[in-house]
Design a protein around this ligand. Sequence first.
Ligand code: GMT
Length: 374
Amino acid sequence: MKIGIACYPTYGGSGVVATELGLALAERGHQIHFLSYEPPLRLPSLPHLNGVTFHEVRVPPYPLFRYPPYALALASKMVEVVQDTGVELLHVHYAIPHAVSAVLAKEMLGGGVKVVTTLHGTDVTLVGQDKSYLAPTRFGIERSDAVTAVSEHLRAQTDGFLCRNCTIHVIPNFIDTSRYNPERCSETRARFAPRGEKVLMHVSNFRPVKRVGDVVRVFAAVQAETPARLLLVGDGPDLPAAEALAEELGVREHVEVLGQQSSVERLLRAADLFLLPSETESFGLAALEAMACGVPPLVSDVGGLPEVVEDGVSGILCPVGDVGAMAARALELMGDRKAHAAMASAARLRAVERFDRSIGVHAYESLYRELLGA
Ligand code: GMT
């Protein structure tokens, strides 16, 4: 099959899932065409792969444009790619504005190409609900030939609201469990915890929805009881505030800010616990990455996270904002070597059995075949 994939190229789960899907499909012999304003982050670091092409969407400036119309430039590139390469299906990740661009491209082409929209989270739960975006988001979703959501929770949030009278297929996110695995997560603990401290880790794009302040507060409470280190991976608007809070709570010297990392899997194994206390999370790909590396995640009991993490078995679920409960359960787990090892194995097993890449890729491939009658 010839598939066009549009996504955000920067750090963020939707771009990661889109890229991993495209690469896996190419490995399976499909022709994959990525469309975005720059190459998705995980593309260039990988060896050259047959069947993968990147098409840059250029948004030429013009004095009248205070806000250059990316959605139009993307639609235009989609038309060009379909005409030049014979792409049969456009799979867009994150509805805004990708779904609208794809539907417009299809109209401009007079039909033919199929459109699949995958909903990832804030495209429905936050941005898509803003009055400025709601109507076109709903339009893009409803006019897609197929709509998928990364969790049952996100499906339920969308159904009947941004997608009236349409079927939403749930295809959970997935991970390459051979790459994310305890053996290959090789970064040594000693680098971060030379005195045998407990290591807590948070990976995100540091937006308010991640509640990074809670990460620091939980860590400070843990540190008060046992020597510990906090590794912050990624970057974003709330990182400076997190550092300031660590300073205020007197734990800044125990916090290491590692910034953007291209291979998080190397670092993950150094951690005893992964913290994701988000306000909301449609799935929580970062928690799954930790699980695949055998690192128990401590996450908030919201959104799609309970579909990924089973409380007390493969991780810990706590109410949003309940820093006290989070710290208590973190200390309890890290203080019990046997319970920690059991949870680490259960996390790894769940990642392999329920969320391995092969499962997700097969589900998307079947959906494409159904739409294309292939
Ligand atoms: O919706 C976002 O915040 C952006 C998006 C992204 O690109 O990172 O994250 C969402 O999609 C991920 C991949 O499907 C999910 O793992 C995240 O849970 C989800 N984020 C939220 O729902 C906040």
